[in-house]
Design a protein around this ligand. Structure first.
Ligand code: IPE
Ligand code: IPE
Ligand code: MG
Ligand code: MG
Length: 312
């Protein structure tokens, strides 16, 4: 990996180690939460596991745990909340790849869910991951010291983030505006909803679980919004620039479908500059997180490096 300038090398290492540890722990939690393949109906459990354990970056669970720790949370409840959000995110990816949506044959370095299991089972596997995600969130109330009220706040936050003014709303307009003239307001509308909403909420869910005061929740959102937007702009840039082998999904699809993307509106050089500006904006919120400041700076740097390295 390319070394970053001195002042950012350290936070990046801090975040990378945190991401690696959290991913491993959250994968263990998900393994325990998922029905075994031997349980009926076997095919759906196989399909759910196929996409869930196909090698995602596990950014959202890491954000939940980071938000939780930064807000003073101890213990492991955030790992289970992060697992729930990763189930929900995986549902969105399976559906996003369907022929009626982006018609993508590859995801996370493997054939897409519908290419292996067929469209019917892929739709249902997405639905089942969505349902299980909320079921797992409801079960957070079983953790010691977690109030039922707090769990409802978490479910409210996630429900909004993926609803018609969140991820699903963004996905709807991503489809509706396919082939239309790209504009600044359209791409902003889509990206803030289809991607930034759930990424930002992942941090906030951690804060809610830790019982954070409003000030901390505001700081988490202040980091999460520009960070989430930068994340999708990088995804757009990689769709134009990277080889599918590195990306784990087929590049070039956005242009083929006439998608409203950041590069389509602003061009590549301006998109790169906007990523830098958005990550700088996010980083300005990092000092609010005390001894976790470097984790947040490293997270911003991780995305900044990703646009060059193209890690999937
Ligand atoms: C892909 O998300 C879809 C977007 C919202 C850009 P990720 O880039 O987090 O994908 P995985 O989870 O690592 O596969
Ligand atoms: C995906 O957006 C957003 C969601 C799945 C919610 P894209 O369609 O741009 O993401 P990729 O490139 O297929 O991962
Ligand atoms: Mg899409
Ligand atoms: Mg897609």
């Amino acid at each position: 990996m390319t070394k970053r300038p001195d002042e950012t090398a350290e936070p990046m290492a801090v975040f990378s180690e945190f991401l690696e540890t959290t991913s491993r722990e959250v994968d263990d939690v998900m393994e325990r939460l998922m029905p075994p393949v031997s349980a009926m109906p076997k095919v759906i459990h196989k399909a759910m596991r196929y996409s869930l354990f196909a090698g995602g970056k596990r950014i959202r669970p890491a954000l939940v745990v980071l938000g939780y720790r930064a807000a003073g949370g101890k213990g492991k409840v955030a790992h289970t909340a992060g697992a729930a959000i990763e189930l929900i995110h995986t549902f969105s990816l399976i559906h996003d790849d369907l022929p009626c949506m982006d018609d993508d044959d590859y995801r996370r370095g493997k054939l897409s869910n519908h290419k292996v299991f067929g469209e019917g089972v892929a739709v249902l596997a997405g639905d089942a991951l969505h349902a299980l995600g909320f079921d797992v969130l409801a079960r957070l109330r079983k953790f010691p010291g977690v109030r039922a009220e707090t769990v409802l706040d978490v479910m409210d936050e996630v429900g909004r983030a993926i609803g018609t003014d969140g991820m699903i709303g963004g996905q709807v307009m991503d489809l509706e505006w396919e082939g239309e003239k790209p504009s600044r307001s359209k791409v902003d509308y889509i990206h803030r909803r289809k991607t930034a909403a759930l990424l930002g909420s992942s941090l906030v869910v951690g804060g809610i679980l830790a019982g954070a005061p409003a000030k901390t929740i505001t700081a988490l959102r202040r980091f999460g919004e520009p960070f989430g937007l930068a994340f999708q702009v990088v995804d757009d840039i990689l769709n134009v620039q990277q080889a599918g082998r590195v990306l784990g999904k087929q590049p070039g699809g956005d242009e083929r479908l006439g998608k409203i993307t950041w590069p389509a509106v602003h061009g590549l050089p301006r998109s790169q500059a906007d990523v830098t500006a958005l990550l700088d904006e996010a980083s300005r919120a990092a000092p609010a997180f005390g001894r976790y400041m470097d984790h947040f700076l490293g997270l911003a740097d991780y995305i900044s490096v990703r646009r060059q390295a193209g890690r999937s």
